[in-house]
Every structure is written in C-alpha cells, then in structure tokens.
Design a protein around this ligand. Structure first.
Ligand code: DAH
Length: 345
C-alpha cells in the first residue's frame, strides 16, 4: 500500500466515524438533511474522496474504492434509520416542544340556561307539595289543545292562540294545558303534576314575545280540593320562589278550562311595589293564569265532576327569568349567545 492509498483509507475511516456521529446527533429532519449534504452530497466529503481515488496508484484503487462504497452504504443506512426515528417522534407528539410559558386555554364550563333553572326550581318547590314532573308532545291534536279544554275553535279565547297547523286537526300546541287532559285520561285521581315544555304561537319575535316559548303547567285533582287549598299552595310557591316579603294577589280572569279563573300577580321584586319599568309602574307583575278546573274538562276526560275538584295554573318561565335577572328583551333568552348566557352559570 502506498502512502497516498493509506492516507485515503484513514480519511475514509475518520469520515465514517464523524458521519455516523453527525447522523446520530441530528435532532430534527433539517439537521439530518444537512448531515446528509455534508457527507453524502454531491460536493460532500465522500465525493471528495471518490474524486481523489483517480490520483492514487492503479493497484490500490480497488481497495480504496470498495472501502468508500462500504462507507457510503453505512452512512446511507444510518440516515434512513435516523429519519424513521425522527418521523415516529413527530407522530407521537413533540414532547420537548411543549411551551410551558404559554397561557393556558380556559376550561369550558357549561351552565344551566336561566329559563331551565327557573323551571327546575319551581318544579322542586311543587315537588314538596306532592307534584311530579311530566312532559308531553309539542305536536298536538286540536282535540287536546282546544276541544278537551272547553275551548271551541270559534270562541274568542282561541284567537289569542293562533298557531301553526301541520295537518287537518294537528297543531303545534299553543300551551302546555293539553297535558292536563292527557294526564287525566291516563291516570285516576289523585293527580298532581307539573308540565314544563315548549309552546308555539303565531307571534312575531319581539322584546316581549317569541313564536316558541317555555311554559310551565300545574294540575292538582282529588276529592275535596277547594279554593283555599289552591290559593295557599300558590302563596306557598310565591314565598318560596320570590322571597318571604313578596306579596301575591288573585285577580278575576277568564279561561275556558277553569271556573272561577284568576290571574296571579306578585309584588314587583325590582321596586318592592313602588312602581318601576319592570312592573310598568303598577307595582305588580303577573306571573300566571290559574283557576279551579272547569267541570266540562272533567267530563271531557271521563272524571266524575260531582266527585272530583282541582286547580290548574300555567306560567311563562321565560318571563319569570326576565323579571328575576332584569333581562329587557325576551329574544336574548333564545339566541343561544354564550357571551350573554355565561353570566348566569
Ligand atoms: N294555558 C294558558 C295560556 O297559555 C295559561 C293557563 C291559564 C293555564 C289558566 C292554566 C290555567 O292551567 O288554569 O295562556
């Protein structure tokens, strides 16, 4: 072996060692690529050696050439292995790349909608008085929505309940009261139920109306229920829900399915009765329609009106939530705007 050949072989050994080390230490695909260019690239160190082979004696060229090819294979295999390793690291997630100084994302905490909360609280209060909670269909027959409740379609009471007819005799219910008839048909007295749910009317969406809105119905039927039990149950609810100081009053009203009927007002919880914009300067806020169940309804569902009496009431939990939180526009309750709703959670 000539001196030139020997020094080329030494150079190749050093090149192999350094090349393998550079590949092993490459921490990401860019570093690995630059190691490849340094050692195996067209103008890299191995190409330099290849070019100088031409200058050594012909008898040592084959040996030096074989050695150079062996180094090339070793480096190429090492490159491939390292590339696979780095790719697997990327797929597994860049553990070392977590930036612990980055501000954390806020944890999303859901909340109960203010209307749902009103419904839940009212149902809880009535649950202490023996009422269970049931729900019913939003698509309702004319029979349950009007006829069984003693509302003839040509009666003025039906005018306020213009609704969406889906088919002959099928409507989107205009109130939750049809569940009174459904419950009484399904169960014998004593009956005490609360019925939350959506009701629909041909109303435009404005600050105090929505074409689809929540209602909460109550019904109690048994032997011997009188007006005093009715009134004291409602007063109990008012004190529990609005506060001990809140006063309530019954005003005569008319509903075809109750006789006598009353609208229930509570002293304004915002101004305590002195008069403000929430109570339209009257000092009172109407919270429900109610009354003693009309015997005609008992007859429609097959209850004996001589034996049973009861009371019923219906309220708008949306309006109650508006009063409770001082919400000026009903549409806010139905827009699903998280920025607005978050303040109640
Ligand atoms: N259903 C009536 C409405 O939507 C509200 C109502 C009034 C319900 C009196 C009742 C009741 O149960 O007794 O306007």
């Amino acid at each position: 072996m000539t001196a030139a050949g020997a020094s080329l072989l030494e150079g190749l050994a050093a090149l192999e060692g350094e090349g393998l080390a550079a590949i092993r230490e490459a921490g990401d695909p860019e570093a690995l690529e630059s190691a490849r260019v340094d050692f195996l690239g067209r103008n890299g160190r191995l190409s330099d050696v290849m070019r100088s082979i031409a200058g050594v004696e012909p008898e040592v060229r084959p040996e030096v050439g074989q050695r150079a090819n062996a180094v090339k294979t070793a480096l190429s295999e090492a490159l491939e292995g390292r590339a696979e390793h780095l790719a697997a690291d990327v797929a597994a997630g860049p553990e070392e790349l977590v930036d612990v100084t980055m501000p954390a994302r806020r944890r999303w905490i859901g909340g109960v909608h203010p209307v749902t909360r009103v419904i839940d609280e009212i149902c809880d209060i009535f649950s202490d008085l023996g009422f269970s909670r049931v729900e019913g269909p939003e698509i309702e027959s004319v029979w349950y929505n009007f006829t069984a409740l003693n509302i003839p379609l040509d009666h003025p009471a039906a005018d306020t309940m213009d609704t969406f007819y889906l088919d002959d005799g099928v409507v989107l219910r205009t109130h939750t009261s049809p569940m009174q008839a459904r419950v009484m048909e399904a169960y014998q007295p004593p009956v005490r139920v609360m019925v939350p749910g959506l009701a629909y009317r041909r109303d435009s969406f404005d600050p105090s109306h929505a074409p689809a809105f929540e209602q909460l119905e109550g019904l109690a039927v048994d032997e011997g229920i009188d007006f005093i039990e009715f009134r004291s149950s409602i007063q109990h609810f008012v004190r529990e829900f609005f506060g001990k100081e809140t006063k309530s009053r019954f005003r005569p009203a008319f509903y075809p399915f109750t006789e006598p009927s009353a609208e229930v007002d509570v002293s304004c919880t915002v101004c305590q009765g002195s008069g403000c914009s929430t109570c339209k300067r009257t000092g009172w806020i109407t919270i429900m329609g109610s009354g003693m169940v009309d015997p005609a309804v008992f007859e429609a569902v097959g209850y004996d009106p001589e034996r049973y009496t009861g009371y019923a009431f219906g309220m708008g939990p949306g309006r109650i939530a508006m009063v409770r939180h001082g919400i000026p526009d009903m549409r806010l309750l139905y827009e699903g705007d998280v920025g607005f709703l978050e303040q109640f959670s």
